[in-house]
Design a binder for this molecule. Structure first.
Ligand SMILES: Cc1cc2nc3c(=O)[nH]c(=O)nc-3n(C[C@H](O)[C@H](O)[C@H](O)COP(=O)(O)O)c2cc1C
Length: 322
């Protein structure tokens, strides 16, 4: 087995998985601007196991974006086994990740994502089945701090899951330092992640609340993690990875000028078009708004940006914005 995680330079600065955001074009642009590893959007195992065409298209990867990790979601160990086989044989990413953190009703409400923390036996079987389905790929998982029991009388912590699976070769773990019950609180529990560090021997990534490059050093010091995973902080600035690295190395980083940002936004648009055609540009619209956020005259262009669907118009409009 080739465990790419062990070969990454530390600290590892990762693009965290985000449904509707971390598609192939976005992962590629993040990789170009410094992400050490990129995670796909969560993909449900039932769709992968039966190789649904739409799903197979969604999990395609580019050689350029490696190392890339495909994240699986679901709650049936047998389907995780089949999906891991399909991913390993047909998609050939560098790793597979399992989602034990999603709080969305349509996921957690059906016994997947974070609610798996309530069923340690099944969680064990899911990790084991994934490892067996893809024996040549390193398997990781991503989780939150905790979830309350169904009757709210007790709490299920991710430390219990880590203890439960300690005999399995889990290569890496990304821990989002928030609970299911407080999904978007301001204060992320970095102390909890520090506890996880003491109990997990593989590669540990701390996640949550990193919105500025300056925060990374603090989080690494507080948690003792091998790296960080960034989600919201990447909105409209895939170059944040390079800025973080520059800051850690030299103590300062350069902000980009709008023309430099525009060049990257156009590169992103080109990748979206190559990957998905005009539909890719429709999907890109929300990200175009993120790119221009904060520019003095951006509000004048918001309405226009959400109607654009060809590369020429996107270029023309971005060039008009000063
Ligand atoms: C739009 C969106 C989609 C997300 N989708 C996923 C997902 O597919 N899988 C996952 O494990 N976490 C997902 N997350 C959670 C993030 O990976 C991350 O844990 C969370 O946003 C906290 O990190 P942040 O404070 O840097 O945003 C998603 C978050 C957002 C905002």
């Amino acid at each position: 087995m080739i465990n790419f995680w062990e070969k990454l330079p530390k600290p590892i600065i990762a693009l965290a998985p985000m449904c509707g955001v971390t598609d192939l074009p976005f992962r590629t642009i993040c990789h170009r601007y410094g992400a050490d590893v990129v995670y796909s959007e969560m993909t449900m195992v039932q769709a992968l196991a039966y190789k649904g065409k739409k799903t197979m298209d969604l999990v395609k990867i580019l050689e350029e974006e490696r190392p890339v990790v495909i994240q699986l979601g679901g709650n049936d160990p047998e389907l995780f086994y089949k999906a891991a086989q399909v991913v390993a044989q047909e998609i050939r990413p560098d790793g597979i990740d399992i989602n034990f953190g999603c709080p969305a009703k349509k996921v957690a409400g059906h016994g997947s994502g974070v609610s798996l923390l309530r069923d340690l036996e099944k969680s064990y079987q899911i990790i084991q089945a994934t490892i067996e389905g893809a024996p040549r790929l390193p398997v990781s998982f991503k989780t939150r701090t905790q979830i309350k029991s169904v009757d709210k009388c007790s709490t299920h912590c991710s430390l219990e899951l880590i203890e439960k699976v300690k005999d399995l070769p889990v290569a890496a773990l990304m821990i989002h330092g928030r609970s299911f019950e407080a999904p978007w609180i301001e204060t992320v529990d970095y102390e909890y992640i520090k506890e996880v560090r003491k109990n997990f021997k593989g590669i540990l990534l701390a996640n949550g609340g990193i919105y500025e490059p300056e925060k990374v050093k603090e989080v690494l010091e507080l948690t003792g993690a091998d790296g960080v995973g960034i989600a919201h902080g990447v909105y409209g600035r895939p170059w944040i990875f390079n800025q973080i690295k520059e800051l850690l190395k030299t103590g300062r980083f350069e902000d980009l000028t709008w023309p430099q940002k525009r060049k990257i936004a156009l590169e992103h648009a080109q990748l979206a078009f190559e990957a998905k055609g005009a539909h890719g540009l429709v999907e890109l619209r929300k990200q175009l708004l993120w790119y221009v956020k904060g520019l003095p005259n951006a509000t004048d262009y918001r309405e226009k940006l959400v109607t654009l669907s060809n590369l020429e118009d996107i270029k023309k409009t971005l060039l008009e914005i000063k």
